[in-house]
Design a protein around this ligand. Structure first.
Ligand SMILES: NC(=O)CC[C@H](N)C(=O)O
Length: 298
């Protein structure tokens, strides 16, 4: 199984409620995936600033002097805000890549969950209600977000094996299904310079999309390409800084439902994830077609 939820806001008035709405949606999907849960929240960045979301199994030790050390390494001021096992590092946008590299040497036990101007990713082993509470997701504001609760099929139940996977700046992808050609694709993507943290099939799909974006495709085109190159079962929901995409494989046996109003576009693995959204009774509700790319950008 696995449960996916997504919410792309069109009406800024709902932005203060993004975390609350997504948390409720994700908790409703708990019985689709008991292993781990994660959420990506996109918010309006501050001009000239970027964020690295990092994770540590021993946050008190690893985060104590991380901002100072990283600041010295990249020659800029870095601010750290800790939330449980995760921390968000705020730094100048033009130092983001340098920081991403420096962190590997400075703090080898610290894992980068996401990097970008808008994105933050929080994910851990555990149930949606516990993971959301640990990171106080319900109080987060933002423009769009994607959540996932996992029943593992392809790799170990670990923090890094949880979804969303982020393999490029401000990008993330979640998946319900399993890919049958991920090992070959992973080898090909490694040849093209991509790096991997896990043996997970979904991470390969995320890296595939990132690679296509790097080659100059937009999100919609990257997902179209994926229909040709990815074998197996998938319902994917994908986020970028300003975009939100959905695609299902040509058989589409993994459930999906979408709803759209003047205020938002919403995705749920099942309709019950959407029932508490404002105005849902008057929303246009539909099942995304097999092998069809749905793509919104602000
Ligand atoms: N049950 C699923 O949809 C699993 C998704 C993916 N194959 C994983 O193991 O993470």
């Amino acid at each position: 199984m696995c449960g996916i939820v997504g919410l792309f806001l069109k009406d800024p008035k709902l932005e203060p409620r993004l975390g609350e709405l997504l948390t409720d949606m994700l908790i409703t999907m708990t019985d689709r995936g008991p292993d781990s849960a994660g959420i990506a929240i996109y918010s309006r960045g501050k001009d000239g600033h970027a964020k690295l979301t990092v994770q540590s199994a021993d946050p008190d030790r690893d985060f104590a002097d991380l901002a100072d050390k990283l600041g010295k390494a990249i020659g800029s001021h870095v601010r750290l805000a800790q939330k449980d096992t995760h921390a968000v590092l705020d730094l100048p946008s033009d130092r983001l890549e340098a920081a991403r590299h420096a962190i590997r040497d400075i703090a080898p036990n610290v894992k980068v969950m996401s990097a970008g101007e808008g994105i933050e990713i929080y994910k851990e082993v555990g149930l949606p209600k516990d993971v959301a509470a640990r990171f106080d997701v319900a109080h987060m504001q933002g423009t769009h977000g994607i959540g996932h609760t996992r029943m593992a099929t392809e790799s170990a139940v670990t923090t890094m094996g949880a979804h969303p996977f982020s393999t490029g700046s401000d990008q993330c992808l979640v998946h319900n299904g399993s890919l049958s050609n991920h090992n070959g694709l992973r080898r090909e993507l490694i040849r093209q310079g991509m790096t991997f943290e896990t043996q997970n099939d979904t991470e390969v799909a995320a890296a595939y999309v990132s690679h296509k974006l790097k080659e100059g495709q937009n999100l919609g085109q990257a997902l179209e390409s994926g229909l040709d190159d990815l074998d197996g079962f998938f319902t994917f929901v994908v986020g970028t800084k300003d975009g939100f995409g959905v695609v299902r494989d040509p058989i589409a046996c993994k459930p999906a439902v979408m709803a759209e109003t003047d205020q938002y576009v919403a995705f749920g693995s099942e309709y019950r994830a959407l029932v508490n959204l404002p105005g849902i009774d008057n929303a246009r509700v539909w099942e995304p077609e097999p092998a069809t790319v749905y793509f919104w950008e602000r």
